[in-house]
Design a protein around this ligand. Structure first.
Ligand code: URA
Length: 434
């Protein structure tokens, strides 16, 4: 096949056949198509987009570029949730055991944090001994017996995406809805799930800055799921301020444990319960949303979800005593209060600015190769809408190294607005797509 002809066809807005797209993905994964040709093709997609048929074939080829897990012999509905990423987004740690407590099976393959956004694997690795590197056989056994496995991306899953994403990163083709949607869906559908719930975040701390783009991304992923007979539901949720009270790995684990015993902040509890209700819904296990949500809150309060989490921690090599004794988690050696410089209302907390401040403390990575400090981060005492007096603490900074502390202070000052007007609180769940 002459790949240059496929590039020119796409450049001129013509539709490629599934066979042509599959050949292109396969040849690129095998190194037969060089980066410069694929870069040109990706840029053509950026401007010309893809039809639904093209996108289904493209995603299918990415999905089948590596190992596709088959959990069909495991009894029960296998369903996962994926979030497009945010600041303080520790939902997966609570959602996965809660969904299992509610009767679902959750094979969860997560990623690491990069830039201002955090990653589930880094949070899990704050738990002493927790090992996110499990073989596929062991992962399957965990899903079968406990109902849950929490592992990292393996190099065998969707290798085409790994190569394509790295190329998009350096060719200004990341911000392209068909390419984002195919990247996410190829990895998720390789997990052996029956259905999927997506949390598409919108706002200053999110990948999608406006709701129309978030809806378009959500709808595109629903269409891809439909072409592969995998029902997908989407919640569009607010990421204009950090989620919950904490940002930073060990601190977020503590907040997740508090939420797992029914004592978490309302925004975090609400979003988690809504997403698990949607997982039940997409699996056909929900008759009434209101009573499902009440039952889920009860599974948090009565310790059922926490027991599942303790079990998976133990099975994956971690110390389950952390569920009761938070002092077993990494703790920063220093704490300092970040106080209000004026009286009034907290009008806004720019999530991206907060995420970068946490990264500067060492909680996140600037590049994929950076190491992180699990103990450091931020604990908010005042969120958007709170009234505050000058000198009162807005948040506590947990740190080990004071080298970037001045920069962190400046970034937090720029991220938080204090004013005289009590701001409107937008709903947390902005839309629901199916
Ligand atoms: N997350 C992904 O996995 N892929 C993208 O392209 C963007 C965000």
């Amino acid at each position: 096949m002459r790949f240059v002809e496929l590039i020119s066809k796409k450049r001129d807005g013509q539709e490629l056949t599934p066979h042509q797209l599959e050949a292109l993905v396969d040849a690129y994964t095998d190194g037969e198509v060089p980066d410069y040709q694929m870069a040109a093709f990706l840029m053509a997609v950026y401007f010309q987009s893809m039809t639904s048929t093209e996108l289904g074939a493209w995603t299918g080829a990415m999905l089948h570029s590596g190992q596709v897990l088959d959990f069909s012999d495991i009894i029960g509905a296998k369903v996962d949730k994926h979030s497009t990423g945010g600041v303080g987004d520790k939902v997966s740690l609570i959602l996965a055991p809660l969904a299992v407590a509610a009767g679902l099976k959750v094979p969860m393959i997560s990623g690491r944090g990069l830039g201002h956004t955090g990653g589930t694997l880094d949070k899990l690795e704050s738990i002493p001994g927790f090992d996110v590197n499990q073989s596929v056989e062991r992962f399957k056994e965990l899903v079968d017996t406990i109902g849950l496995g929490l592992i990292g991306q393996t190099k065998e899953i969707a290798p085409a995406d790994k190569k394509l994403y790295a190329l998009r990163d350096v060719t200004a083709t990341v911000e392209c809805i068909p390419l984002i949607a195919s990247s996410i869906m190829s990895k998720k559908l390789a997990e052996g799930i029956d259905s999927l719930v997506l949390d598409v975040k919108v706002g200053s701390g999110a990948f999608m800055k406006d709701i129309d783009r978030a809806r378009e991304l959500g709808q595109t992923m629903i269409e891809i799921g439909a072409t592969m007979d995998r029902p997908v539901r989407v919640l569009i949720t607010d990421m204009d301020q950090p989620l919950g009270r904490t940002v930073g790995n060990s601190l977020e684990v503590i907040e997740s444990l508090e939420t797992l015993r029914g004592e978490g902040p309302e925004d975090l509890t609400e979003i988690t319960v809504e997403l698990v209700a949607e997982m039940l819904n997409v699996s056909g296990d929900m008759t009434d949303r209101g009573s499902a949500k009440m039952r889920l809150r009860e599974l948090l309060r009565d310790g059922t979800a926490m027991n599942v989490f303790a079990q998976i921690i133990e099975e994956q090599g971690g110390d389950p005593r952390v569920c009761k004794d938070f002092s077993l988690l990494p703790t920063a050696s220093n704490q300092v209060e970040f106080t209000a410089w004026d009286s009034g209302f907290v009008e806004a907390i720019d999530a991206q600015g907060v995420g970068i401040a946490a990264m500067q403390l060492g909680a996140g990575r600037k590049t994929k190769e950076d190491s992180i400090d699990h103990a450091v981060g931020l604990v908010f005492h005042k969120k958007r809408g709170a009234s505050v007096k000058s000198g009162e603490s807005l948040l506590t900074i947990h740190y080990n190294d004071d080298k970037n502390l001045d920069d962190v202070h400046e970034r937090l000052k720029a991220a938080i607005s204090i004013g005289n007007t009590e701001p409107e609180q937008p709903p947390l769940i902005l839309d629901r797509l199916q």
